[in-house]
Design a protein around this ligand. Structure first.
Ligand code: ATP
Length: 280
């Protein structure tokens, strides 16, 4: 366990965890990492590396066969009962034809705190309004979710996580199909949430954005290959281990400028400068 994880209070702690599906497939084995409260962590790995499986284990949707997972120093089940873990899904995982208003999607974040008949109280409506305002989606409250753009949909699901008062927010590919302005708005919001002490774990293929907004990174391929502060972990050597042959690389040395290396899997490249002359 890293020392800073202990200092700021534990956000997520995974210790020697293994997950085996019913069909016998072990998607994660002996995975360990710890992330502190008040941090944004990138979760990076190839398709099938076990990112969703790890999310499911943190949400308590799949049991760990060995090892343990704790959230804010509680067992996963208790965190689930307290509604502490919120999930922002990948766009492909949502049925956008389902007829539901934006404000109703956000209200779903309140369900865990309502009685069995799900009757919204004034406090629930206030939380929904506040969450929509925070992500800049108030004017869209009465629109059908399916009518929104990709970036707007992401913001609505982020609002649902805020309405839930999620202290640990798991985001699955938040930047896919999102333009640069919306990406910047999402990043700014995630940083605000971090400063409030929340914990964000972000599965992303957008390698170039990771050093820009993630304090830490967890690299996985059916186990944790490396985990820690981005500056220490997000290196070419570690990314090569994570992506193997699927990582593409370009070396650039324009006249009179610092040599740099571009690394990418399928989206925005990561630029590594070979000496100290790169941008701060
Ligand atoms: N319900 C399930 N039953 C059996 N095997 C599963 C199940 N869900 C996932 N797997 C397998 O577990 C492995 C990890 O899958 P997982 O969905 O966690 O990967 P991922 O890193 O999220 O991939 P992607 O980037 O494609 O979303 C894969 O080999 C997958 O086929």
């Amino acid at each position: 366990m890293s020392e800073d994880a202990a200092d700021q209070g534990s956000g997520i702690r995974v210790a020697n965890a293994s997950v085996t599906y019913r069909n016998g497939h072990t998607a994660l084995s002996d995975a360990s990492f710890a992330i502190p409260k008040g941090s944004i962590t990138a979760l990076v790995g190839v398709n099938g590396a076990g990112k969703s499986t790890l999310f499911k284990a943190i949400m308590g949707f799949v049991p760990v066969a060995r090892g343990s997972v704790s959230v804010l120093d509680r067992p996963v089940r208790r965190a689930l009962r307290e509604g502490l873990v919120a999930y922002v899904p990948q766009s492909e995982d949502v049925d956008w034809n389902f007829p539901v208003l934006v404000e109703d999607v956000v209200m779903m974040g309140r369900y865990g705190r309502m009685g069995p008949f799900r009757i919204a109280r004034a406090a629930d409506r206030a939380k929904v309004a506040e969450a929509l305002e925070r992500v800049g989606m108030t004017p869209f409250a009465k629109r059908q979710i399916g009518e929104l753009s990709g970036g707007q949909k992401k913001r609505v699901f982020l609002a649902r996580a805020l309405a839930q008062d999620g202290q640990v927010i798991l985001l699955d590919e938040p930047f896919t199909g999102v333009d640069v302005t919306t990406e910047d708005a999402i990043v700014a919001l995630l940083k605000e949430l971090r400063d409030e002490g929340r914990v964000m774990l972000v599965a992303t293929h957008n390698l170039g954005s990771v050093p820009r907004f993630c304090d830490r990174a967890v690299l996985i391929d059916r186990t944790v290959l490396a985990a820690g502060p981005t500056g220490e972990v997000f290196t070419e050597a570690n990314l090569r281990r994570t992506f193997g042959g699927t990582l593409r690389r370009f070396s650039l040395k324009p006249d009179g400028e610092a040599a740099s290396t571009l690394l990418y899997d399928d989206e925005h490249p990561l630029v590594l400068y070979d000496d100290d002359h790169g941008p701060a």
